[in-house]
Ligand binder design. Structure first.
Ligand code: SAM
Length: 637
């Protein structure tokens, strides 16, 4: 589970930085005659990541930037973000967890992409062999493509020589960033060292500033916001976001446009605030824009009713002091649906803090602005909880866990930050998915009644998704679960090392004691880092090399089977770790060496796995799986 930092668009433009714009011969850059250092500012080595991003933005926006200089700048800037977030061992970077996270970062560059999209996309997509096949989804494709590239580069799967020339820029940036100190401070808490008992003493992080489409943003760290003294007149720096009431009247449309306040709270499905008239399937309070609301409700019959699944879980107190947890009331099989529910709240992950004035950026520190945003988010969320929930819903909501008690978050916003899932609306509702990437509010979070009670394990039992057509969170089993046992989800990436996981978990106020953490060694850390790339590399070898080798023997499988066993031991027997690639690799090898019995066994496993993965994918997102992209773990994003 992940609650994403709320960041705040301001109103002023990015001020120019005093970096030089070096002269670049466009063609020579693309042909690789010049290195990245030739066109980046002379003081590049000494710049922080955020300064680098700003300087390439300036290069990109310079008076006469042409053709490939623009693209070079674009790639350099993307790479700055990308590598900070994907290079293992980077000081404050966290591994990318989904194209979604990466998409949010790339929104900053949307303008650049819009300006030269055809060529940029072509370079990126052909560069890594990914072709957009759904037309129109250029920015989304770019996000997915760059994300995949990031994953491959981070896993050491690509070398500069295997990349087309433009991609060499990225490699150049990565090398030039080598030991660069990352001072951006966003995304994750700088966790204070862990004391003798293994409890995190504190997790305090700096807020940081950034820009998006010319707007100033402040990014809250994931951990507790660092506290600084605030001026008495602090409220003069911000205009709180006004959020309108739940709408009972039909939408007003003028000249084809919806006329309503900028942010509204609505219900999905629409229903009156009256205990007796609530929808039997449950409903969500959705903070969104009128235009987005109109778009969703213009779909005939939206939202669709919830699919019925037998009840197989119960929420009850744990016996190990971790508060409430979710338990299986019967044996559950891998890939089975576990839970479908409409969230309590779906909210934009930005903007709740209000609009900051120019003066705020000139006169306040980043941390002071962070505090101001946290302070302002509370009334916004309190409005949703106090004014839009029935008293029972409010009581239930307020009983959720809160690990943000000491950073000024306030009781409601603290709960939102502790329990929110970052959600993707997917493609289940035609036309609506793009809002996720490009909507002015920039993506949503969801707090749910039952799903938010799942505790964390680094060997998670459930995966989750969001289905926009029913407006529901969906949870499915990642592995077999025994009746009576607690069911865990993962708040961290499966590829993170123990230290990275503990750091990411510190804001939740606990130290993980799951089997993987207790037994962690440098070898298990490494296995987590490489398993996805390794299994994919073996798969590609099985296709391209082994199945064409007339002298192939089963010996080739010794390291493959040993890794499979170790992944099972580590609890990495799941999709995001590449585990479901194994049956395909085995099938190809046994087929080639003529071991019919084992080939059939592996073939059966391929079929069962593919069926299960398709079932999970379709059930959790409401989107029909398209064939041809590879399912057996090869397309893990
Ligand atoms: C999203 S809530 C999970 C449900 C929560 N236990 C409850 O009572 O509502 C997250 C909080 O649960 C607790 N928690 C989750 N996983 C845990 C774990 N593995 N060990 C200890 N505490 C955990 C922490 O207090 C964390 O801030």
């Amino acid at each position: 589970m992940e609650i994403t930092p709320v960041s705040q668009p301001g109103s002023s433009q990015l001020s120019a930085l005093s970096t030089t714009t070096p002269a670049v011969d466009d063609d020579s850059v693309v042909k690789g005659k010049k290195t990245i250092e030739d066109f980046l500012p002379k003081d590049w080595e000494t710049l922080s990541i955020s300064e680098r991003i700003r300087s390439v933005t300036e290069l990109y926006n310079a008076d006469k930037p042409e053709g490939n200089v623009k693209h070079a700048a674009l790639f350099a800037s993307i790479a700055s973000v990308l590598f900070r977030n994907s290079v293992p061992g980077s000081k404050t970077g966290k591994p990318l967890e989904s194209p979604h996270d990466f998409g949010i970062m790339l929104q900053e560059w949307k303008k650049c992409v819009d300006n030269g999209k055809e060529e940029v996309i072509k370079i990126v997509t052909t560069g890594i062999g990914y072709e957009d096949d759904n037309g129109g989804g250029i920015f989304g494709s770019m996000v997915v493509a760059m994300y995949r590239l990031a994953r491959q580069l981070a896993a050491g799967e690509l070398s500069a020589s295997s990349l087309p020339t433009t991609m060499v820029f990225l490699e150049g940036v990565r090398r030039s960033m080598g030991n660069q100190k990352d001072d951006s401070g966003e995304e994750e808490a700088e966790v204070a060292e862990v004391d003798g008992k293994g409890k995190a003493k504190e997790n305090i992080a700096q807020s940081s500033r950034d820009t998006q489409n010319g707007e100033r943003l402040i990014k809250l760290p994931f951990g507790n916001v660092k506290q600084e003294e605030l001026p008495d007149d602090i409220d003069k720096y911000v205009t709180p976001l006004k959020i309108g009431p739940v709408d009972k009247a039909p939408l007003q449309i003028k000249n084809g446009k919806v006329v309503e306040p900028g942010a509204i709270a609505t219900y999905v499905p629409l229903c009156p605030l009256d205990n007796s008239k609530r929808h039997p399937d449950g409903h969500t309070i959705w903070a969104t824009t009128p235009a987005t609301k109109a778009k969703y409700y213009s779909n005939q019959g939206w939202p669709k009713p919830l699919p019925k699944i037998p009840n197989k879980i119960v929420v009850k107190p744990t016996d190990d002091g971790t508060g409430m947890g979710v338990f299986a009331t019967r044996d559950i099989k891998r890939f089975e649906p576990i839970l479908v529910e409409r969230p309590y709240l779906v909210y934009p992950r930005r903007s709740a803090g209000g609009t900051l004035s120019d003066k705020a950026f000139e006169e306040l520190s980043d941390n002071q602005i962070g505090q101001l945003m946290v302070k302002n988010s509370e009334p916004y969320f309190r409005y949703l909880v106090d004014q839009q929930m029935t008293s029972k819903e409010r009581r239930d909501f307020m009983s959720l866990a809160n690990s943000h008690m000491n950073d000024g978050s306030g009781p409601v916003f603290g709960i939102v930050r502790t329990n929110g899932f970052g959600i993707e609306f997917g493609e289940g509702l035609p036309g609506a998915d793009r809002d996720f990437w490009t909507g002015e509010l920039g993506g949503y979070g969801a707090v749910t009644k039952i799903g938010s009670r799942f505790n964390h394990s680094c060997i998670p039992d459930v995966a989750h998704g969001f289905d926009a057509s029913t407006f529901t969170m969906r949870f499915t089993a990642l592995r077999d679960i025994k009746k009576g046992s607690q069911i865990f989800t993962g708040y961290t990436s499966p590829s993170a090392t123990k230290a990275e996981r503990q750091k990411a978990l510190a804001p939740y106020g606990f130290e993980c004691t799951c089997r993987a953490c207790v037994n962690a060694t440098p070898q298990t850390d490494k296995l987590r880092k490489v398993s996805l790339a390794l299994t994919q590399r073996w798969r590609s070898q099985a296709i391209k090399v082994w199945s064409k080798d007339p002298n192939l023997t089963e010996k080739v499988l010794i390291p493959v089977l040993e890794t499979k066993r170790r992944m099972e031991e580590e609890g990495l027997d799941m999709k995001d770790a590449g585990y479901f690639t194994f049956p395909e690799i085995l099938h190809r090898v046994y087929q080639k060496v003529g071991n019919r019995a084992k080939m059939e066994e592996a073939g059966g496993e391929v079929m069962r796995t593919a069926k299960g993965l398709i079932q999970v994918e379709e059930w959790t997102t409401g989107v029909k799986v398209k064939f041809g992209r590879g399912l057996t773990g090869a397309s893990n994003n």
